[in-house]
Design a protein around this ligand. Structure first.
Ligand code: AMP
Ligand code: ZN
Length: 120
């Protein structure tokens, strides 16, 4: 399968891994948008969050809990941080193996989009 993150899982492409267990790995984003920008991915290939099935829900919960664990270890859990799943084109997804972005170490802006929605 031609999947960038499966290649990282199979060690065909290097990554700076910050956490791993039997279900997930976490590594530094190659193009960080915050002082800490980590991607948490499941070892199981799931293309988008639309493809999450009932039996995957515990795994996805584990991804979220892993983000919180890394935030605590990094020291910004109490200050706060951002977690994001992008989905498909409008969501800005570029790698089709689900990944939870963990961004921390600075205050985050909100909302994340540039243009205000026009209301009728
Ligand atoms: P998304 O746009 O939500 O699909 O996020 C994909 C993320 O993967 C982006 O933030 C990229 O910077 C990141 N990325 C792409 N290639 C690599 C790589 N080889 N190692 C680490 N992160 C990567
Ligand atoms: Zn994959």
């Amino acid at each position: 399968m031609d999947c960038l993150f499966c290649k990282i899982l199979n060690q065909e492409i290097p990554a700076q891994i910050v956490y791993e267990d039997d279900k997930v790995i976490a590594f530094n984003d190659i193009n960080p948008e915050a002082p800490t920008h980590v991607l948490i991915i499941p070892r199981k290939h799931i293309a988008t969050i639309n493809d999450i099935e009932a039996q995957d829900c515990e795994l996805v919960g584990h991804m979220v809990a892993t983000a919180a664990k890394i935030a605590k270890q990094a020291g910004f859990a109490d200050d706060g941080y951002r977690t994001v799943f992008n989905c498909n084109e409008d969501g800005g997804q570029t790698v089709y193996h689900i990944h939870l972005h963990l961004l921390g170490g600075k205050p985050m802006g909100w909302p994340p989009y540039q243009e205000k929605l026009k209301t009728a």
